[in-house]
Ligand binder design. Structure first.
Ligand code: NAD
Length: 357
């Protein structure tokens, strides 16, 4: 008897495109509008979360908030450790906060998501890197060295303020690796099993925008126009991450990053060309879009050149990953792979990781 619902084998192969409600301000000087956005939410007691790198911007926002600023927290940490969230929660509780504003990279934005998840407070995210967390309903948290990730539309910040001026202080290494992190979101969306025309369009525009603007920004890091284009392209890449399922690239980054506590953006940078070389032969549509936006027959070579140009670690050995551990990582990933165009085996992934090592 039919129950009226389509489950399991009966479920038609229909793709679901879900859009998150978000109000996005983008443009030079947008930082000056953060206090207005807080007022618009009806919030009266703001918890302001910012990394030390964003101290100047946080000071500007604090001044504009005036009496609406209830408390500040300056200690976000990578991968959102729950102990740090507990500290921020204590500050929020004491201050009677009713809204959280985060200024910084993915670490600050992750902390605001974690606080919002525990309190229901609305969030205003002001990103200063290209990591894209502000555009996603995803939160990764670490406790006792184990990272768990959850996805819930309620986790996504309702207001995002992109001011390209805030990215001008990124040093060249962070600029390159953070942009490569964004590029990885776009590339994986192109071969995602749930890609739609919308995500294909966004991912193609994002990849083209990043690959076009990043070399310009690296040539002239203080050039506001290319910085703005790079930030916009990274925004689109963040939407791609929000709207499609992650594949082999993100899985390897999560497993390696979690096992050896590795720097997020650098790890994405060194893995991406290797995962592209692995997957693109099995993903002809993604390959032809990347060939189009790079204008080269070999998009992997374009991305590998950008990755190799990093002035920090460019391979897993330089990050201190022991070679003897690579097989175990490959086996873990191959045992339960995220959906990806080329089916990975322990052998093929070991070879990929040895190349990245
Ligand atoms: P980050 O936020 O840890 O920042 C890296 C370093 O750069 C920090 O020392 C920070 O103070 C500094 N910094 C940031 N912006 C700067 C600027 N404009 N000028 C100078 N210095 C600056 O790094 P990230 O790569 O932005 O974010 C990584 C974190 O975000 C990880 O925890 C990762 O898991 C998470 N993340 C989550 C998602 C998601 O969807 N949930 C997506 C991407 C990343």
């Amino acid at each position: 008897m039919s129950t009226g619902s389509a489950r399991g084998r009966d479920r038609p192969a229909v793709r679901v495109h879900e859009t998150l409600p978000a109000r996005v301000l983008i443009g030079s000087g947008a930082l000056r509008l953060v206090a207005d956005e807080v007022a618009r939410l009806g919030a009266r007691r703001v918890l302001l979360v910012a990394t030390p790198s964003a101290a100047a911007a946080a000071g500007e926002v604090a001044e504009a908030l005036g009496p609406r600023l209830a408390a500040s927290f300056g200690g976000p940490a990578p991968h959102t450790p729950v102990a740090v969230t507990a500290e921020a929660m204590a500050v929020a509780g004491e201050a009677g906060a009713d809204c959280v504003v985060a200024i910084g990279g993915g670490s600050a934005i992750g902390l605001a998501k974690a606080v919002s998840a525990r309190t229901g407070m609305p969030q205003v995210a002001v990103p200063t890197t290209y990591a894209g967390s502000e555009a996603t309903p995803v939160l990764g948290e670490t406790e006792n060295g184990v990272k768990t990730t959850r996805r819930d539309p309620a986790l996504a910040p309702g207001t995002i303020v992109y001011d390209p001026g805030l990215t001008l202080t990124m040093p060249p290494g962070l600029t390159r690796t953070s942009a490569m992190n964004a590029l990885a979101h776009a590339v994986e969306a192109l071969w995602a099993p749930d890609a739609t025309m919308v995500t294909d369009a966004l991912a193609t525009e994002a990849a083209g925008g990043i690959l076009g603007a990043l070399p310009e920004v690296l040539d002239d890091p203080s050039g506001p126009e290319a910085r703005a284009r790079l930030q916009s392209a990274a925004w689109l890449a963040g939407i791609c991450l929000a709207q499609t399922r992650m594949g082999l690239h993100h899985q390897l980054a999560h497993v390696l990053g979690g096992a050896f506590d590795l720097p997020h953006a650098e790890l994405h940078t060194m893995l991406l060309p290797h995962v592209m070389a692995f997957n693109l032969p099995a993903a002809p549509a993604a390959s032809s879009r990347l060939t189009r936006v790079t204008g080269r027959d070999d998009p992997v070579a374009v991305v590998a050149d950008l990755a190799r140009g990093h002035d920090g670690p460019t391979c897993l050995s330089e990050l201190g990953v022991p070679r003897a551990e690579l097989r175990g990582i490959a086996e873990r990933v191959a045992a339960d792979p995220y959906p990806t165009p080329r089916t990975p085996s322990a052998e093929s992934l070991t070879a990929l990781l040895i190349n990245a090592w």
